[in-house]
Design a binder for this molecule. Sequence first.
Ligand code: NDP
Length: 297
Amino acid sequence: MTLLDGKHIASLIRAELKQQVDQLLADGHRAPKLAVVIVGHNPASETYVNNKIKACAEVGIQAEKVALEADITEADLLQEVQRLNQDPSVDGFIVQLPLPEHINETTILSAIDYRKDVDGLTPENVGRTVQGLPSLVSATPKGIRELLARYNIPTAGRHVVVIGRSNIVGKPVAMLLMQKPYLSLPGMSAASLGDATVTICHSKTQDLAAICRTADIIIVAAGSPKLLTADMVKPGATIIDVGINRVMDGYRLVGDVDFDAVAPKAAYITPVPGGVGPMTIVSLLQNTLQAYQNHKS
Ligand code: NDP
Protein backbone atom coordinates (compact mmCIF):
# COMPACT_ATOMS: atom_id res chain seq x y z
CA MET A 1 0.00 0.00 0.00
CA THR A 2 1.24 3.46 -0.89
CA LEU A 3 0.07 6.49 1.03
CA LEU A 4 -1.04 9.34 -1.25
CA ASP A 5 0.74 12.08 0.64
CA GLY A 6 -1.21 15.21 -0.19
CA LYS A 7 0.74 17.23 2.34
CA HIS A 8 4.02 16.45 0.58
CA ILE A 9 2.69 16.93 -2.96
CA ALA A 10 1.06 20.22 -1.94
CA SER A 11 4.41 21.44 -0.57
CA LEU A 12 6.07 20.60 -3.91
CA ILE A 13 3.38 22.51 -5.79
CA ARG A 14 3.71 25.47 -3.40
CA ALA A 15 7.44 25.56 -4.16
CA GLU A 16 6.63 25.60 -7.90
CA LEU A 17 4.10 28.39 -7.38
CA LYS A 18 6.57 30.40 -5.31
CA GLN A 19 9.09 30.23 -8.15
CA GLN A 20 6.46 31.53 -10.58
CA VAL A 21 5.42 34.36 -8.25
CA ASP A 22 9.07 35.29 -7.56
CA GLN A 23 9.63 35.47 -11.31
CA LEU A 24 6.63 37.77 -11.72
CA LEU A 25 7.99 40.10 -9.04
CA ALA A 26 11.51 39.98 -10.55
CA ASP A 27 9.94 41.01 -13.87
CA GLY A 28 8.43 44.06 -12.18
CA HIS A 29 4.85 42.83 -11.90
CA ARG A 30 2.71 43.08 -8.78
CA ALA A 31 1.93 39.98 -6.69
CA PRO A 32 -1.34 38.11 -7.32
CA LYS A 33 -4.02 38.84 -4.73
CA LEU A 34 -6.69 36.61 -3.16
CA ALA A 35 -9.50 37.86 -0.93
CA VAL A 36 -11.24 35.47 1.45
CA VAL A 37 -14.68 36.40 2.74
CA ILE A 38 -15.73 34.81 6.01
CA VAL A 39 -19.13 35.39 7.59
CA GLY A 40 -19.55 34.76 11.30
CA HIS A 41 -17.29 32.85 13.68
CA ASN A 42 -17.59 29.16 12.79
CA PRO A 43 -14.39 27.69 14.32
CA ALA A 44 -13.86 25.15 11.48
CA SER A 45 -14.28 27.91 8.87
CA GLU A 46 -11.87 30.16 10.80
CA THR A 47 -9.27 27.37 10.69
CA TYR A 48 -9.76 26.74 6.95
CA VAL A 49 -9.53 30.46 6.17
CA ASN A 50 -6.40 30.94 8.28
CA ASN A 51 -4.78 27.94 6.56
CA LYS A 52 -5.58 29.43 3.15
CA ILE A 53 -4.12 32.79 4.11
CA LYS A 54 -1.00 31.14 5.52
CA ALA A 55 -0.56 29.14 2.30
CA CYS A 56 -0.84 32.36 0.24
CA ALA A 57 1.90 33.98 2.30
CA GLU A 58 4.19 30.98 1.71
CA VAL A 59 4.09 31.40 -2.07
CA GLY A 60 4.01 35.20 -2.16
CA ILE A 61 0.33 35.62 -3.02
CA GLN A 62 -1.15 38.61 -1.22
CA ALA A 63 -4.19 37.69 0.86
CA GLU A 64 -6.95 39.85 2.31
CA LYS A 65 -9.34 38.48 4.92
CA VAL A 66 -12.77 40.08 4.75
CA ALA A 67 -14.43 39.19 8.05
CA LEU A 68 -18.16 39.95 8.27
CA GLU A 69 -20.57 39.53 11.15
CA ALA A 70 -22.96 36.54 11.19
CA ASP A 71 -26.02 38.84 11.11
CA ILE A 72 -25.03 40.56 7.85
CA THR A 73 -27.98 40.71 5.46
CA GLU A 74 -27.91 38.91 2.13
CA ALA A 75 -28.13 42.30 0.39
CA ASP A 76 -25.07 43.60 2.23
CA LEU A 77 -23.11 40.45 1.47
CA LEU A 78 -24.06 40.77 -2.19
CA GLN A 79 -22.76 44.33 -2.10
CA GLU A 80 -19.45 43.05 -0.71
CA VAL A 81 -19.27 40.50 -3.53
CA GLN A 82 -19.87 43.27 -6.06
CA ARG A 83 -17.13 45.37 -4.46
CA LEU A 84 -14.67 42.50 -4.84
CA ASN A 85 -15.85 41.82 -8.41
CA GLN A 86 -14.98 45.39 -9.27
CA ASP A 87 -11.76 45.82 -7.28
CA PRO A 88 -8.95 45.66 -9.87
CA SER A 89 -6.37 44.82 -7.19
CA VAL A 90 -8.17 41.54 -6.37
CA ASP A 91 -7.48 38.72 -8.85
CA GLY A 92 -9.66 36.14 -7.17
CA PHE A 93 -11.82 35.68 -4.12
CA ILE A 94 -13.79 33.06 -2.28
CA VAL A 95 -16.73 33.16 0.06
CA GLN A 96 -16.06 30.55 2.75
CA LEU A 97 -18.95 28.09 3.13
CA PRO A 98 -21.16 27.34 4.95
CA LEU A 99 -22.97 30.68 5.20
CA PRO A 100 -25.48 31.49 7.96
CA GLU A 101 -28.91 29.99 7.31
CA HIS A 102 -30.59 33.30 6.42
CA ILE A 103 -28.27 33.71 3.41
CA ASN A 104 -28.85 31.79 0.19
CA GLU A 105 -25.51 30.27 -0.85
CA THR A 106 -26.54 29.87 -4.48
CA THR A 107 -27.50 33.54 -4.71
CA ILE A 108 -24.13 34.59 -3.32
CA LEU A 109 -22.01 32.17 -5.37
CA SER A 110 -23.88 33.09 -8.56
CA ALA A 111 -23.04 36.77 -8.01
CA ILE A 112 -19.26 36.15 -8.11
CA ASP A 113 -17.59 37.18 -11.37
CA TYR A 114 -16.55 33.80 -12.81
CA ARG A 115 -13.16 35.20 -13.78
CA LYS A 116 -12.46 35.78 -10.06
CA ASP A 117 -14.19 32.62 -8.85
CA VAL A 118 -11.07 30.75 -7.69
CA ASP A 119 -13.18 28.14 -5.86
CA GLY A 120 -14.68 27.26 -9.26
CA LEU A 121 -18.22 27.14 -7.88
CA THR A 122 -20.13 29.63 -10.02
CA PRO A 123 -22.59 28.24 -12.57
CA GLU A 124 -20.41 29.78 -15.32
CA ASN A 125 -17.25 27.97 -14.23
CA VAL A 126 -19.05 24.68 -13.68
CA GLY A 127 -20.71 24.94 -17.11
CA ARG A 128 -17.50 25.99 -18.84
CA THR A 129 -15.59 23.12 -17.22
CA VAL A 130 -18.23 20.64 -18.39
CA GLN A 131 -17.92 22.01 -21.93
CA GLY A 132 -14.11 21.96 -21.86
CA LEU A 133 -13.86 25.74 -22.13
CA PRO A 134 -11.15 27.66 -20.22
CA SER A 135 -12.37 27.93 -16.65
CA LEU A 136 -11.36 27.89 -13.01
CA VAL A 137 -11.91 24.30 -11.88
CA SER A 138 -13.45 23.56 -8.49
CA ALA A 139 -10.58 23.32 -5.99
CA THR A 140 -11.16 19.91 -4.34
CA PRO A 141 -11.79 17.97 -7.59
CA LYS A 142 -8.83 19.73 -9.19
CA GLY A 143 -6.65 18.73 -6.21
CA ILE A 144 -7.80 15.10 -6.43
CA ARG A 145 -6.99 14.99 -10.13
CA GLU A 146 -3.58 16.53 -9.49
CA LEU A 147 -2.85 14.03 -6.71
CA LEU A 148 -3.67 11.10 -9.02
CA ALA A 149 -1.51 12.65 -11.74
CA ARG A 150 1.49 13.19 -9.47
CA TYR A 151 1.39 9.52 -8.41
CA ASN A 152 0.94 8.40 -12.05
CA ILE A 153 -2.35 6.70 -11.30
CA PRO A 154 -4.18 6.48 -14.61
CA THR A 155 -7.95 6.79 -14.83
CA ALA A 156 -8.48 5.98 -18.52
CA GLY A 157 -10.78 3.02 -18.93
CA ARG A 158 -10.93 2.43 -15.19
CA HIS A 159 -14.07 2.29 -13.09
CA VAL A 160 -14.27 5.21 -10.67
CA VAL A 161 -16.99 5.12 -8.01
CA VAL A 162 -17.76 8.50 -6.42
CA ILE A 163 -19.76 8.45 -3.18
CA GLY A 164 -21.46 11.83 -2.83
CA ARG A 165 -23.18 14.10 -5.36
CA SER A 166 -22.56 17.60 -3.99
CA ASN A 167 -21.87 20.53 -6.29
CA ILE A 168 -18.56 21.09 -4.48
CA VAL A 169 -17.03 17.61 -4.70
CA GLY A 170 -19.06 14.66 -5.99
CA LYS A 171 -20.48 16.00 -9.25
CA PRO A 172 -17.43 17.99 -10.41
CA VAL A 173 -14.89 15.25 -9.64
CA ALA A 174 -17.02 12.72 -11.53
CA MET A 175 -17.21 15.06 -14.47
CA LEU A 176 -13.46 15.82 -14.49
CA LEU A 177 -12.42 12.18 -14.42
CA MET A 178 -14.80 11.09 -17.18
CA GLN A 179 -13.80 13.88 -19.57
CA LYS A 180 -11.90 13.24 -22.77
CA PRO A 181 -8.28 14.21 -22.09
CA TYR A 182 -8.25 16.60 -25.03
CA LEU A 183 -10.73 18.69 -23.09
CA SER A 184 -8.17 19.19 -20.31
CA LEU A 185 -7.76 22.77 -19.38
CA PRO A 186 -4.67 24.97 -19.60
CA GLY A 187 -2.39 24.84 -16.59
CA MET A 188 -3.35 21.31 -15.52
CA SER A 189 -1.23 18.21 -15.73
CA ALA A 190 -3.56 16.04 -17.80
CA ALA A 191 -1.27 12.99 -17.95
CA SER A 192 -3.56 10.11 -18.84
CA LEU A 193 -6.32 11.50 -16.64
CA GLY A 194 -9.93 11.55 -17.70
CA ASP A 195 -11.57 8.83 -19.81
CA ALA A 196 -12.77 7.01 -16.68
CA THR A 197 -16.05 5.16 -16.47
CA VAL A 198 -17.71 6.86 -13.52
CA THR A 199 -20.53 5.77 -11.23
CA ILE A 200 -21.93 8.38 -8.84
CA CYS A 201 -23.53 7.06 -5.65
CA HIS A 202 -25.53 8.83 -2.93
CA SER A 203 -27.74 8.11 0.04
CA LYS A 204 -30.47 6.54 -2.10
CA THR A 205 -28.09 4.21 -3.95
CA GLN A 206 -29.03 0.53 -3.62
CA ASP A 207 -26.28 -1.88 -2.54
CA LEU A 208 -23.45 0.62 -2.32
CA ALA A 209 -21.06 -2.14 -1.19
CA ALA A 210 -21.57 -4.20 -4.35
CA ILE A 211 -20.99 -1.16 -6.57
CA CYS A 212 -17.85 -0.20 -4.66
CA ARG A 213 -16.44 -3.72 -5.03
CA THR A 214 -16.37 -3.19 -8.81
CA ALA A 215 -14.34 0.02 -8.51
CA ASP A 216 -10.69 0.52 -9.44
CA ILE A 217 -10.80 3.93 -7.76
CA ILE A 218 -13.21 4.98 -4.99
CA ILE A 219 -13.65 8.64 -4.09
CA VAL A 220 -15.63 9.09 -0.88
CA ALA A 221 -17.13 12.50 -0.17
CA ALA A 222 -20.07 11.84 2.11
CA GLY A 223 -19.18 13.31 5.49
CA SER A 224 -19.84 10.02 7.28
CA PRO A 225 -17.06 8.42 9.38
CA LYS A 226 -16.15 4.80 8.47
CA LEU A 227 -18.70 4.73 5.65
CA LEU A 228 -16.25 2.81 3.43
CA THR A 229 -15.32 -0.48 5.07
CA ALA A 230 -12.86 -3.17 3.98
CA ASP A 231 -15.56 -5.52 2.63
CA MET A 232 -16.55 -2.79 0.10
CA VAL A 233 -13.09 -2.59 -1.45
CA LYS A 234 -11.56 -4.69 -4.23
CA PRO A 235 -7.94 -5.67 -3.48
CA GLY A 236 -5.57 -3.23 -5.21
CA ALA A 237 -8.09 -0.38 -5.45
CA THR A 238 -7.14 3.29 -5.05
CA ILE A 239 -9.01 5.07 -2.24
CA ILE A 240 -9.46 8.83 -2.09
CA ASP A 241 -10.99 9.98 1.19
CA VAL A 242 -12.40 13.50 0.95
CA GLY A 243 -14.38 13.40 4.20
CA ILE A 244 -13.52 15.64 7.12
CA ASN A 245 -15.37 14.69 10.29
CA ARG A 246 -14.72 15.94 13.79
CA VAL A 247 -15.06 13.18 16.37
CA MET A 248 -14.72 12.57 20.09
CA ASP A 249 -13.38 15.71 21.70
CA GLY A 250 -14.39 17.79 18.67
CA TYR A 251 -10.80 18.33 17.58
CA ARG A 252 -9.70 14.99 16.11
CA LEU A 253 -10.34 14.71 12.37
CA VAL A 254 -11.27 11.51 10.57
CA GLY A 255 -12.34 10.85 7.00
CA ASP A 256 -15.12 8.71 5.55
CA VAL A 257 -12.96 5.59 5.23
CA ASP A 258 -12.28 2.96 7.89
CA PHE A 259 -8.59 3.62 7.25
CA ASP A 260 -7.01 0.89 9.42
CA ALA A 261 -9.11 -1.87 7.86
CA VAL A 262 -9.13 -0.57 4.26
CA ALA A 263 -5.46 0.45 3.90
CA PRO A 264 -4.04 -3.12 3.84
CA LYS A 265 -6.33 -3.98 0.87
CA ALA A 266 -5.66 -0.81 -1.11
CA ALA A 267 -2.88 -0.11 -3.59
CA TYR A 268 -3.06 3.61 -2.83
CA ILE A 269 -4.94 5.50 -0.13
CA THR A 270 -5.12 9.09 1.15
CA PRO A 271 -4.79 9.76 4.87
CA VAL A 272 -7.04 12.18 6.79
CA PRO A 273 -5.68 14.66 7.59
CA GLY A 274 -2.86 15.15 5.08
CA GLY A 275 -4.48 13.79 1.92
CA VAL A 276 -7.08 15.74 -0.06
CA GLY A 277 -7.23 18.74 2.33
CA PRO A 278 -3.80 20.21 1.50
CA MET A 279 -4.44 19.55 -2.22
CA THR A 280 -7.64 21.62 -2.03
CA ILE A 281 -5.75 24.57 -0.59
CA VAL A 282 -2.95 24.40 -3.12
CA SER A 283 -5.50 24.19 -5.96
CA LEU A 284 -6.94 27.45 -4.69
CA LEU A 285 -3.48 29.01 -4.98
CA GLN A 286 -3.06 27.60 -8.51
CA ASN A 287 -6.46 29.03 -9.45
CA THR A 288 -5.50 32.42 -8.00
CA LEU A 289 -2.36 32.51 -10.12
CA GLN A 290 -4.40 31.43 -13.15
CA ALA A 291 -6.96 34.18 -12.49
CA TYR A 292 -4.11 36.70 -12.14
CA GLN A 293 -2.61 35.61 -15.46
CA ASN A 294 -6.01 35.72 -17.18
CA HIS A 295 -6.57 39.16 -15.66
CA LYS A 296 -3.15 40.40 -16.79
CA SER A 297 -3.64 39.23 -20.38
P1 NDP B 1 -22.58 17.18 1.24
O1 NDP B 1 -23.20 16.95 2.57
O2 NDP B 1 -23.00 18.33 0.42
O3 NDP B 1 -22.80 15.85 0.36
C1 NDP B 1 -22.65 14.59 0.89
C2 NDP B 1 -23.02 13.56 -0.15
O4 NDP B 1 -22.79 12.27 0.37
C3 NDP B 1 -24.51 13.63 -0.54
O5 NDP B 1 -24.64 13.48 -1.95
C4 NDP B 1 -25.12 12.43 0.20
O6 NDP B 1 -26.20 11.85 -0.49
C5 NDP B 1 -23.95 11.46 0.22
N1 NDP B 1 -24.03 10.55 1.35
C6 NDP B 1 -24.10 10.87 2.67
N2 NDP B 1 -24.17 9.75 3.41
C7 NDP B 1 -24.16 8.71 2.54
C8 NDP B 1 -24.26 7.31 2.68
N3 NDP B 1 -24.37 6.71 3.89
N4 NDP B 1 -24.21 6.54 1.57
C9 NDP B 1 -24.10 7.10 0.35
N5 NDP B 1 -24.03 8.43 0.15
C10 NDP B 1 -24.07 9.22 1.23
O7 NDP B 1 -21.02 17.16 1.50
P2 NDP B 1 -19.77 17.75 0.66
O8 NDP B 1 -19.68 17.12 -0.68
O9 NDP B 1 -19.75 19.21 0.77
O10 NDP B 1 -18.58 17.20 1.58
C11 NDP B 1 -18.43 15.81 1.81
C12 NDP B 1 -17.33 15.61 2.84
O11 NDP B 1 -16.12 16.09 2.32
C13 NDP B 1 -17.55 16.38 4.16
O12 NDP B 1 -17.00 15.61 5.19
C14 NDP B 1 -16.73 17.64 3.98
O13 NDP B 1 -16.30 18.18 5.20
C15 NDP B 1 -15.57 17.10 3.17
N6 NDP B 1 -14.89 18.08 2.33
C16 NDP B 1 -13.54 18.02 2.33
C17 NDP B 1 -12.81 18.86 1.54
C18 NDP B 1 -11.34 18.72 1.54
O14 NDP B 1 -10.66 19.61 1.07
N7 NDP B 1 -10.78 17.62 2.04
C19 NDP B 1 -13.45 19.87 0.69
C20 NDP B 1 -14.89 19.80 0.68
C21 NDP B 1 -15.57 18.92 1.50
P3 NDP B 1 -27.60 12.65 -0.80
O15 NDP B 1 -27.28 13.59 -1.92
O16 NDP B 1 -28.53 11.58 -1.21
O17 NDP B 1 -27.96 13.34 0.48
